[in-house]
Write a protein that binds this ligand. Structure first.
Ligand code: HEC
Length: 126
């Protein structure tokens, strides 16, 4: 390989590694960017205004932020509110609202259960 070719490869490898570095940085920034509305406590994204408008009319947004469910779970809650609590038809907004809810208030990741703290241990009698 002549020197020119070697330098060319060197530059290429540098370029590729710089790019992956940059991609890594961007994904970290996106994750740490999750902003929360100081009034409602709802996560702010492109559907935030919609959810704030539709889901805080009857009750506190805390009912939303303190809950977590799958998309199906959220849909069932919406159906229940529509059946029993006077929630209106959300129309084509429903898809966007479900996107928002399942993205930010999806099922909690299950780790190990927390250790039990209130056990009365006792010795087995022979
Ligand atoms: C028309 C009124 C109304 C609107 C609008 C409304 N809800 Fe509700 N929602 C209720 C009522 C009433 C309850 C029961 C409150 C209670 O138990 O104190 C409730 C309860 C809830 C609960 C608690 C359910 C549970 O199992 O405890 C969640 C979560 C919830 N709503 C989410 C939402 C979301 C998300 C939206 C937006 C799509 C929304 N609500 C819009 C009336 C409404």
């Amino acid at each position: 390989m002549n020197l020119g070719l070697k330098m060319l490869f060197g530059v290429l490898i540098l370029a590729v590694s710089c790019q992956t570095r940059e991609q890594l940085n961007t994904s970290i920034v996106i994750e740490s960017k999750t902003a929360v509305d100081s009034v409602t406590g709802l996560v702010i994204d492109k559907n935030f205004e919609l959810v704030r408008g539709q889901c805080t009319a009857c009750h506190s947004a805390k009912l939303v932020t303190q809950n977590s469910a799958s998309r199906e779970g959220w849909e069932q809650m919406i159906r229940w509110m529509q059946r029993d609590q006077g929630l209106w038809d959300l129309g084509e907004n429903e898809v966007l609202i479900l996107d928002y809810l399942s993205l930010h208030y999806g099922p909690k990741k299950k780790g190990r259960r927390t250790p039990l703290t209130t056990i009365d241990w006792y010795y087995l009698q022979e």
